[in-house]
Every structure is written in structure tokens, then in C-alpha cells.
Write a protein that binds this ligand. Structure first.
Ligand code: HEM
Ligand code: HEM
Length: 231
């Protein structure tokens, strides 16, 4: 690491720990891969990939309790009223600055993780409908046509909602980057932000790597073990 990079790094504060960033970009890759695998009818990969999305969601729920300070739901989730007030302040250009998720971004995070969960869970009961020949989720075989059809519709509508949420999400971080000059995107790559008078915290406390590995192991055990047990 050159002196200049070390110096630049030194004068920045931690905003996002490693496991949170790995989760974030892992979810982006897994969601993109789910879409591509469906488009290209890569059926067996689509199912494995779907289980990876579920494991990432379970990991993030656990990490939201024991993870780094800015990853904890108790730290970044605020009341709808507070989020609404933040939205009004943002429009008036007098919003507070946040090291972690701002009050509106926080609910977008919940929506994105929630929709990824809906896609993973509905997928478990889904099959190509009405033929039920090409691809099916681990629990589809036990279900009636009507039940599989319901899972199929939830899966299809769920992805349209996820696409809409991602569009809003990217537009929002783009707005913060271009209009508010708030480097949210590089921070979600490097984990660091310039020091500043942040409303929520001066710097983040990273979660422990051991805790992250345990969360990941528990998430994998819950998804793969749970499916095997329930089959
Ligand atoms: C390629 C376009 C994308 C960009 C540039 C992007 C950028 C970002 C940024 C800057 C943040 C941090 C927001 C903050 O500071 O509050 C973030 C968080 C997040 N993004 Fe994206 N995002 C993209 C696509 C997606 C997609 C496709 C998903 C999938 C569902 C997604 C899910 C999330 C989640 C769950 C978080 C919260 C991270 C956490 O707290 O664990 N993003 N994203
Ligand atoms: C274990 C989990 C999953 C299973 C078993 C599964 C299974 C399926 C099945 C059977 C179909 C219907 C294919 C057809 O009609 O030809 C489908 C479609 C699709 N899946 Fe999944 N899936 C899973 C997870 C996911 C996840 C997590 C995502 C994205 C986040 C996703 C995205 C899609 C999309 C975009 C389609 C096309 C929907 C449409 O036609 O409107 N899947 N999946």
C-alpha cells in the first residue's frame, strides 16, 4: 500500500465492515445470477442459486443482530415518522448526514432483503407452470397444481417488485452521489467514508470475523439442513 493510499485511508473512518460489504455485493451477484439463470433456463443452477440467496438473507438477519454497529437493525431502523421527516428535510436540502443507512435508505434495505426472501421462499414451492416438467423447487412435488400456481405467481410478481425496488435503490444512491455529493457507492466498496458530523455515529465498530463465520455457517445449516429435513 503506497503512502498516499495509506494516508487517504487513514483520514477516512470506517462506515461498513467487511462482512456487510461481502453480503451486499454477494446479494447483488446472486440476484443477477438468478435472473440470468432463468433467462438461459439454467434450471439446476437457478435452484442452487436460489438457496444461496436464502442463505445470504438468513446471514444478514443474524448479522443484523451481532454484526458491526452500522449493520445492526437496532442501530439504523427508525420509525416511519422519523423516516418521513428525513424525507421532507432531504427535499428541503437540510437533511442530516448519516455514516450508516439514512432513515429512508434503511427501509429500502428492509424492502430489498424482504423481497429477496420472498423470491427464495416462493421458489422452494415453485415449478414451471402448468407443465411442471423442467424445474421445480424442493417442495413443489408435494403440492397441488393450485398451490404451485400460487407459488409461481408470487415468484413472478415478487421479481417485478424486486426490479422496481432495485431501480429506486440505484436511483437513490445515484441521487446522493451526484446531487448530494455523498460518496455512498465507493463507501460500500472500500467500507470507508470521509470523517464528518454524522447524525448517527462518528465511526463504525466492525463486527468480529469469528461471529461472521458462525453466522454464515448457521445460515447454510438452516437453509440446506432445513430443506433436507423438511423434504
Ligand atoms: C448495481 C447497482 C447497485 C448499486 C450501485 C448499489 C449501491 C448501494 C449502496 C451505495 C448501498 C449503501 C447504502 C447506504 O449507504 O445506506 C447499498 C446497500 C444495499 N444494497 Fe445496493 N446497490 C446496487 C444494487 C443492489 C441490488 C441489485 C440489490 C439486491 C437486492 C441491492 C441490495 C442492497 C442491500 C440489501 C443494501 C444494504 C447493505 C446492508 O446493510 O447490508 N443493491 N447499495
Ligand atoms: C430455491 C429457490 C428457487 C427456486 C427453486 C426457483 C424456481 C423457479 C421456477 C420453477 C421458476 C419458473 C420457471 C418457468 O416457469 O419456466 C422460476 C422463475 C424465476 N425465478 Fe426462481 N427460483 C428460486 C429462487 C429465485 C430467486 C432467489 C430469484 C431472484 C431473486 C429468482 C428469480 C426468478 C425469475 C426472475 C424467474 C422468472 C419469473 C417469470 O417468469 O416471471 N428465483 N424460478
Amino acid at each position: 500500500m503506497t503512502d498516499a493510499v495509506a494516508a487517504a485511508r487513514l483520514d477516512k473512518v470506517l462506515a461498513w465492515d467487511g462482512p456487510t460489504r461481502l453480503f451486499k455485493w454477494g446479494l447483488v451477484a446472486a440476484v443477477a445470477s438468478a435472473w440470468v439463470s432463468d433467462e438461459l433456463a439454467m434450471t439446476s443452477w437457478h435452484v442452487v442459486n436460489g438457496k444461496i440467496v436464502l442463505a445470504l438473507v438468513v446471514f444478514r438477519l443474524l448479522w443484523g443482530v451481532v454484526g458491526g454497529s452500522t449493520a445492526r437493525f437496532s442501530q439504523f431502523l427508525r420509525s416511519p415518522a422519523a423516516s418521513f421527516r428525513y424525507g421532507l428535510d432531504l427535499l428541503k436540502g437540510r437533511e442530516g448526514h448519516y455514516l450508516g443507512h439514512n432513515p429512508l435508505g434503511a427501509w429500502m434495505v428492509v424492502a430489498l432483503i424482504g423481497l429477496a426472501a420472498v423470491m427464495g421462499i416462493s421458489g422452494l414451492f415453485n415449478a414451471d407452470y402448468p407443465d411442471r416438467m423442467l424445474i421445480d423447487g424442493p417442495f413443489a412435488a408435494k403440492l397441488s397444481d393450485a398451490a404451485v400456481h400460487l407459488a409461481h405467481r408470487i415468484h413472478s410478481i415478487g421479481f417485478k417488485l424486486l426490479e422496481l425496488a432495485v431501480l429506486l435503490h440505484v436511483a437513490a444512491v445515484g441521487f446522493h452521489a451526484v446531487v448530494k455529493k455523498d460518496p455512498l457507492i465507493p463507501a460500500m466498496v472500500t467500507g470507508r467514508k470521509p470523517p464528518g458530523d454524522y447524525v448517527d455515529a462518528a465511526k463504525a465498530t466492525p463486527g468480529s470475523i469469528v461471529a461472521a463465520i458462525v453466522c454464515l455457517a448457521v445460515a447454510v445449516a438452516i437453509v440446506w439442513g432445513g430443506i433436507a429435513l423438511a423434504k
